[in-house]
Design a protein around this ligand. Sequence first.
Ligand code: ZN
Length: 284
Amino acid sequence: MRFSNIVSVTAVLASLASAVPTHRCGDQGACPKAHNVDNCYNPKQIALTFDDGPAGFEKDIMEALGDKKATFFLNGCNSQCIYDEENVKQIRALHAKGHTLGSHGWTHANFSTLSYDQTHQEFEKMEQAFWKILGLKPLYFRAPYGETGDNLMRVLAERGYKKNFLWSDNVGDADLCGVEYGKSVYENIAKTFPAPHMVLNHATYETTAKEILPYAICELEDAGYEIVAVDTCLGEYLIHAARTDVHRSHVVFLLVRLIGSQGEWPYDEHVVGEPQERDETWVC
Ligand SMILES: [Zn+2]
């Protein structure tokens, strides 16, 4: 980080205890586009993703995962309020365990139907929650229902988001397809090894956490897969994206190539603070 950036971030932190420090790409001119990503790139890796939490089953999902990493796309006010004490505890535990956390919007809205201002509001509230709970600003997003649109892509770019993640496979839990169907999705994935996958699960179903996931982990590891977070499985994709994105500088390309195999940082490196104490603003 350049010295001037450190000074400006520190000044902002001192003056705004609870607000997210503003760092928008528009301040420096044109905004790089966010990429839509629907799969991993490394054929021996698989990314398991869990949407719609916090929902009360994060602890069970963490237990099943052990030391393997996954990705959680969080809502602010969906099945539960993100600021509930137990949810704050679980979100901090997920982060401490090294899982990747991204935004899924504040209300789980269909972003293809929202105005430009409504879209910014959804992001603003989630960024406030990430800032208060973790002292971070997410740069990964997943559009609810996989629905995108011009307003969403514009706001993603303006707020500096790197990627909108979709998926390659869906266990069908949100469609109430049942445990046997969910297990069969993973059985079929295991047969494709080595081929990359990015799998949609939901953190809102006990059967996903306690029945489908433990079964899936055995199947996938027996097949030879490494279970990783979405930022890890994009190594070659990152290099490809850096080569084809005219907004990226040569320096960024070299940096991406160096870190590519280990993944990228899914949060804004200019906006890093300490988790905060609960106050009257922690409400949904
Ligand atoms: Zn969702």
